[in-house]
Design a protein around this ligand. Structure first.
Ligand code: PMP
Length: 429
């Protein structure tokens, strides 16, 4: 494939935008090479600036669950745009989408809309602190909750007692309130809770992580977290920015039957516009301004365009729940196809899948947490990524990201993807 114009555009962008991109993973740093510039997208396909067509497996990192430029979403946006794009004054559609979300998601009475997943998670943590009157939080290595200071933390030398900043600009003062545990390791959480008795406001987790590839909870890990939170009056925050309205209409809470106290959303809930949301039962949400003292606000929050796109998306997902099964079946088909090819070519691999999320890891150990995900062979991943791209398949440009299938993908697209891998496989030995 030729990427001449993409390359030119990237060089121009680098003159005016740091690293040429507005979000780091887009720069292909993990896989090398230069990003592809997209001109337009429709259904399951991306069309780039050089005239190449690519089968899309990231779906804008999740939201394009029904495919790109999905007609009901486009129509809702066009109609709404004609009526004015932002007022900073309430509109009826905010209540409509809130009502629908509350109907679809278990254990929530109220929801507040924001503009990104970062904002949703940041606000959820503030609300948890305000509600519990405690300061510390626990997060898991490899789980991503956006770029707010409290989340840019790595395990410090005294990991059992406090974390350390993993980005310049995050203060030690902030870092000391974020404790790091290991996903799927309940003992790592228990020891933090014990060492910080009565100080932990919440445990925030991607219940099915997508930010270290797709990882599945094992041995009732989420159920055990729930129990631990109940015993110690800690709020359990499910970050469903990726999984919400994707793995099931009610997200992981519905899929696995584990109850969260606060849930955060992004992506799908905005139909591809910049939206996030956080939600909880009334007792907790009553602490939020203007009803309660915990401050949170946004000029563009509940923006009419974002609400219109989100409402169109959620309405379709709610009225056609078979979409979730269709997506899961397509993902299982892809899983089987990839596994068969890699096994036939004797290439060591692990595949993790949950619903319409899937990831391929080049390692012989099961991938259950950040440490095992990091053991994947990255040079093989780079060959895989670029080899698939050359064959017209756009995969996430990092081994630490999940694929997100969209329902516009046909079985012919999946077969084409599996055949492309079969063609590439000899290079992966
Ligand atoms: N939480 C999770 C689980 C995410 O995957 C992301 C982004 N990929 C975020 C939060 C942050 O969302 P945003 O990029 O919209 O700020």
């Amino acid at each position: 494939m030729i990427y001449k114009r993409s390359s030119q555009l990237f060089n121009e962008a680098k003159q005016y935008i740091p690293g040429g991109v507005n979000s780091p993973v887009r720069a292909f740093n993990a896989v090398g090479g230069e990003p592809i510039y997209i001109k337009k997208a429709k259904g399951a396909y991306l069309y780039d600036e050089d005239g190449n067509t690519l089968i899309d497996y990231i779906a804008s990192w999740g939201p394009m669950i029904l495919g790109h430029a999905h007609q009901p979403v486009v129509d809702a946006l066009i109609d709404k745009t004609k009526l004015g794009t932002s007022f900073g004054i309430p509109t009826e559609i905010e209540t409509k989408i809130a009502q629908l979300a509350v109907e679809m998601v278990p254990n929530i009475d109220k929801i507040r809309f924001v503009n990104s997943g970062t904002e949703a998670c940041m606000s959820a943590v503030r609300l948890a602190r305000g509600f519990t009157k405690k300061d510390k939080i626990i997060k898991f290595a490899g789980c991503y909750h956006g770029h707010s200071d409290s989340f840019l933390i790595q395990a410090g030398s005294g990991a059992v007692t406090f974390g350390a900043p993993n980005s310049p600009g995050v203060t030690k003062g902030t870092a000391k309130d974020t404790l790091l545990a290991n996903y799927n390791d309940i003992d790592s959480v228990k020891s933090l809770v014990k060492a910080n008795e009565d100080e932990i406001a919440c445990i925030i987790i991607e219940p099915v992580p997508g930010n270290m590839g797709c990882i599945l909870p094992q041995n009732d890990f989420l159920e055990q977290l729930r129990e631990l939170c109940d015993t110690h009056s800690i709020l359990l925050v499910f970050d469903e920015v990726m999984t919400g309205f994707r793995l099931a209409p009610g997200g992981v809470q519905e899929l696995l039957g584990v109850k969260a106290d606060i849930v955060t959303f992004g992506k799908v809930v905005g139909g591809g516009l910049p939206v996030g949301a956080f939600a909880a039962r009334q007792e907790i949400m009553a602490h939020l301004a203007p009803e309660g003292p915990v401050y949170q606000a946004g000029t563009l929050s509940g923006n009419p365009l974002a609400m219109a796109a989100g409402l169109a998306m959620l309405t379709e997902l709610n009225s056609k729940p078979e979409i979730f099964d269709e997506l899961a079946q397509k993902t299982a088909y892809l899983h089987e196809g990839i596994a068969k090819v890699l096994t036939n070519h004797e290439i060591t691999h692990q595949i993790n899948r949950c619903g319409s999320m899937i990831s391929v890891h080049f390692t012989d150990e099961p991938v259950v947490d950040f440490e095992s995900a990091a053991k994947g062979n990255n040079s093989k991943f780079k060959t895989y990524f670029h080899g698939m791209l050359d064959r017209g398949i756009y995969l996430p440009p990092s081994a630490f990201e999940s694929y997100f299938l969209n329902n516009a993908l046909s079985y012919a697209d999946l077969d084409h993807t599996i055949e492309a891998l079969d063609d590439l496989a000899p290079d992966l030995k």
